[in-house]
Design a protein. Structure first.
Length: 138
């Protein structure tokens, strides 16, 4: 049986992608890590670190909680996006904030997922952001 090309490309592009999860709640970190690893991603989880040290993780995408150790995640996202070596890394913020769309827009994040979150929504948003851009043909 042959696998359709579009499915093969999606699987190949997601294999070995590294997701950095920044979340101070241990249980949420563990659940998110388990789910993403089950999807084939390499996952690192941290409670918090200075933005300039995140480059060492060489993440393909960052999942960032809106409230981490008494710091607002969207402000931390601004710090991440201000660092030349990290500004290209997509950031997904997850939050209970009612104005999450505005927070995402003001901090330069690339996507969001509302808490309490649906695991499928989180995985879908991550895959959307990591999907290769279509190649333009002329």
């Amino acid at each position: 049986m042959r696998v359709p090309l579009c499915i093969t490309i999606e699987i190949q592009t997601m294999i070995n992608k590294h997701i950095l999860v920044i979340e101070d709640n241990y249980e949420i970190r563990e659940v998110v890590s388990w789910v993403l690893e089950d999807e084939g991603f390499k996952v690192s989880v941290i409670a918090h670190q200075p933005a300039d040290s995140l480059f060492d993780f060489k993440a393909d995408l960052i999942v960032l909680d809106e409230w981490i150790n008494a710091q607002e995640g969207h402000m931390f996202c601004r710090e991440i996006k201000a660092i030349q070596s990290l500004k290209h890394v997509p950031v997904v913020i997850f939050s209970t904030a009612m104005d999450i769309e505005l927070l995402v827009e003001t901090c330069g994040a690339d996507g969001f997922v509302r808490k309490p979150f649906d695991i499928t929504a989180l995985v879908t948003e991550i895959k959307r952001l990591l999907a290769p851009s279509p190649i333009a043909t002329y």
